[in-house]
Ligand binder design. Structure first.
Ligand code: PMP
Length: 309
């Protein structure tokens, strides 16, 4: 994995050199996973000499919702969070695609397993970032691990500790020679991937598990729904998906800030469709790539420019 190439972090209320943005081993969040975060992408557009952050506000709004669910106090409004992000990126002066990580965490050294009464901290950093999944197409398996249930760890909060569930599923997939894991909910229905939502195509319609299937309320998922309906004129259905329905789907793909839109060509050693990238998935991936780079005027408001012109 490439070494991070960033120089700064927003830490304890100011932008500091990254070497100074460190925490104690006693940090409650490090010990118990008591935090929540976001993953945001910025795209470098060379023709404009501009870095465009995709759906910045929506991510900061979700961060605030995660904090609300988790009894975490974030002393910044959504506007302030967006401003901090832009300021940090300007200081870095990135001229490449980036991944931005805001993180709210229990910074308290207390040996205490609780969310209330402990000090919270906020940090934000960004790194140059390319593909999250190296291969252009994905071979996936069903993980033996089940997705965390909303009544165990809130699945719609992007909670640090919840990613142990994702990491176990992903590790199993990698060690078994796959690129990614698909995780079933405790009801046995398809939930999502380790760090992405999932769509299948059947009979020309897009199908994705509903938000009540213990999925993260994905921002890319919502973008896919909108592009599919408005740009491709497709019908989109949110309903439970059986495991074996994956095997007989015409197409399947993951979507998320990190993975973007990635076609799945094989699940549990069964070809999806004809085992090649399907037409709907590839049309959506192409459109998505244009949208995030600010090339589609109708969706340009989703892209926040970093540099002043
Ligand atoms: N599910 C999980 C568990 C994730 O970690 C992510 C990545 N944030 C997603 C879904 C996709 O969400 P988004 O499109 O908002 O990045």
């Amino acid at each position: 994995m490439p070494a991070p190439n960033n120089r700064f972090a927003f830490f304890n209320g100011a932008i500091v050199p990254i070497e100074q943005a460190t925490v104690s081993v006693m940090t409650n969040a490090l010990n118990y996973g008591t935090g929540c975060f976001e993953g945001i992408r910025g795209y470098w557009v060379p023709e404009e000499e501009q870095l465009l952050v995709f759906h910045l506000r929506a991510h900061m709004e979700r961060l605030r919702r995660s904090c609300h669910i988790l009894y975490m106090h974030l002393p910044y409004s959504v506007d302030e969070l967006c401003a901090i992000c832009i300021e940090l990126l300007r200081r870095e002066g990135f001229r490449e695609d980036v991944y931005i990580r805001p993180l709210v965490y229990k910074s308290d050294p207390a040996i205490a397993v609780q969310m209330n009464g402990l000090t919270d901290a906020f940090t934000l950093f960004a790194v140059g970032f390319g593909q999250y999944l190296a291969n252009p197409t994905v071979r996936a398996c069903i993980a033996s691990w089940r997705r965390i249930d909303d009544n165990m760890i809130p699945s719609r909060a992007k909670a640090c500790g919840a990613y142990l569930n994702s990491a176990l599923a992903k590790t199993e997939a990698l060690l078994n020679g796959y690129d990614e894991a698909i995780v079933l909910g405790s009801d046995g229905q398809v939930s999502e991937a380790s760090a992405a939502n999932l769509f299948i195509v059947r009979g020309g319609a897009l199908i994705t598990p509903p938000l009540t299937s213990d999925v993260l309320e994905g921002i890319t998922r919502q973008v896919v729904v909108q592009l599919a309906r408005d740009e491709l004129g497709l019908s989109v259905v949110e309903r439970p998906i059986d495991r074996t329905e994956l095997y007989v789907a015409d197409e399947a793909f993951f979507c998320g800030t990190g993975v973007e839109i990635k076609p799945i060509v094989e699940i549990d050693r069964r070809a999806i469709g004809n085992g090649q990238v399907g037409p709907i998935g590839s049309a959506l991936a192409r459109r998505y790539a244009q949208v995030v780079r600010g090339q589609v005027p109708a969706y340009r408001p989703w892209c926040t420019p970093v540099y002043e012109k």
